[in-house]
Design a protein around this ligand. Structure first.
Ligand SMILES: Nc1ncnc2c1ncn2[C@@H]1O[C@H](COP(=O)(O)OP(=O)(O)OP(=O)(O)O)[C@@H](O)[C@H]1O
Ligand SMILES: [Mg+2]
Length: 458
């Protein structure tokens, strides 16, 4: 089994002394290569200037360079964080295992050989493409994430001195999106490096697939060890930062792999894994269908409680469809479970759960309204804590059970709501819950459509 050397741990400590640099959805989507795809960016993102700009290779290389520094910083914070958990939690075998994954991935990135480039190529890489420089500067600006208190998801107490990683990083010239002058040919080393880098990222992404289940396993081991029922606020905020950071790292990695593979070229509405025209109705219909299917399966129902969707057909916005479907699936699944449990699985006609989508200038808000009996007021704060569930027997955690994501069949892990809220907040949205005990629950999913807000910094 792989173990980090002392020297590697020293390097990790060094990297962890730097703050992470937040990237916004807008910055991520600027890689849309309009020349070869004919893609139209949303009005707000259309840049003046000639339409034919092929800034792919050099720009992608610059992004690879950015990530080859940024990802190790983020990974290093996680290694440290995992090593500083209270009350022996750090010593749990599953936590150690995850810590080693982070250290190993860190090592793989920092030891990846860089290409040797001529002075001329370096200079050209640094030169911003003239047509884009001005516009991209405006677009690259990130704003404070409205759903997050400053420093809320910050790594570790040791980084408390930093106020804003973005400002600091900008001063040192580190930037995710930098349109370089891509007219003409680049040396093959550039493409080679991009490909090697993307391959490394792929290995890393796969290694970390089962992080959520394995950390959850670690918490269970620890709870059993010290006979705790609930996790305290230190562990809760650790998990919040940890999973938030994971969302960010996976977003950057997933985006970069997709951009390198150019898979978005085949689909005009996609830039990497971001869909510039995510159709809310389509995503919601699919989530409803999946949640109902799981519900029928779990309770042995012929027909799961109905869900009514109220949404304009042509409501599109820029988002990551995978994130949206995750949040909707989890919240609808919760509603269906509550409805079945309160009315009994043998009831003929369940009350209908309503999913209402509203389009505002700032937000798209989705309300999931059920008549599942609600939640007692005293339990409301608990629903946001990890591992809080009203399922009697938490199903066995099998790390191989669903490698790609943490989707439990019906319920029972107490991760559905807190993780969904992190996804919402990641791009400046939020998830809120209001309950009427004795009647039902309303969940409000706010999605920020301006999307200039920075990732919550870690
Ligand atoms: N719409 C709802 N109506 C009533 N109770 C709810 C509703 N949504 C959530 N809850 C309560 O909050 C708890 C936590 O929900 P959460 O989705 O985080 O975890 P879970 O559903 O128990 O497990 P899983 O991780 O598999 O989703 C649930 O166990 C349930 O008691
Ligand atoms: Mg749930």
């Amino acid at each position: 089994m792989w173990k980090p050397s002392e020297r590697l741990m020293d390097t990790i400590r060094h990297y962890a002394s730097f703050p992470a640099t937040g990237v916004s959805l807008r910055q991520m989507v600027q890689f849309g290569d309009r020349s070869s795809t004919g893609m139209r960016l949303p009005i707000a993102l259309q840049m003046p200037g000639p339409a034919v700009i092929d800034y792919h290779l050099g720009t992608l290389f610059r992004a690879s360079q950015f990530l080859s520094e940024e990802l190790p910083i983020r990974l290093a914070h996680r290694v440290q964080d995992l090593g500083e958990l209270p009350d022996g939690l750090s010593e749990m075998p599953s936590i150690k295992k995850v810590q080693d994954w982070y250290a190993q991935s860190f090592e793989e990135i920092i030891t990846l050989p860089r290409p040797s480039l001529t002075q001329e190529v370096r200079a050209r890489l640094l030169r911003s493409s003239r047509t884009n420089g001005g516009a991209s500067k405006i677009l690259s600006e990130t704003t404070q994430n409205p759903s997050v208190r400053e420093g809320q998801y910050r790594s570790s107490p040791s980084s408390a001195a930093y106020t804003n990683g973005n400002g600091k990083a900008a001063a040192s010239g580190r930037r995710y999106f930098f349109p370089s002058d891509d007219h003409g040919d680049w040396p093959p080393e550039l493409r080679d490096y991009n490909e090697r880098f993307a391959k490394t990222l792929q290995t890393i992404k796969r290694r970390h697939d089962s992080v959520v289940t394995t950390v959850a396993q670690g918490i269970l081991e620890w709870k059993r060890n010290c006979q705790r029922m609930q996790i305290d606020s230190t562990v809760q905020s650790f998990l919040d930062r940890f999973y938030m950071s994971r969302i960010g790292i996976r977003m950057l990695i997933g985006q970069h792999i997709a951009l390198t593979e150019q898979s978005h070229v085949q689909h005009p509405n996609y830039v990497g894994i971001i869909c510039t025209k995510t159709n809310v109705r389509d995503v919601a219909l699919e989530a409803i269908e999946n949640a109902r299917f799981v519900c029928e399966d779990y309770y042995g129902l012929f027909d799961a409680p109905k869900v009514q969707l109220i949404c304009k057909e042509d409501l599109n916005f820029m988002y990551v469809p995978g994130h949206l479907s995750h949040m909707l699936f989890e919240t609808i699944k919760n509603s269906l479970r509550a409805v079945v449990e309160i009315h009994g699985a043998d009831k003929e006609n369940f009350p209908v759960t309503k999913v209402i989508v509203a389009e505002g200038k700032e937000d798209i808000t989705i309300k999931i309204s059920d008549e599942g009996g609600g939640i007692p007021r005293s339990a409301i704060p608990l629903v946001w804590t990890y591992m809080y569930t009203t399922v009697e027997q938490t199903p066995n955690l099998d790390p191989d059970f669903d490698k790609s994501d943490f989707k439990a069949p019906m319920a029972g892990f107490g991760y559905g709501l807190p993780i969904s809220r992190l996804y919402a907040r990641y791009f400046g949205g939020d998830l809120k819950l209001i309950s009427m005990e004795g009647y039902g629950t309303d969940v409000y999913l706010h999605l920020n459509r301006l999307s200039s807000s920075s990732e919550p910094l870690q």
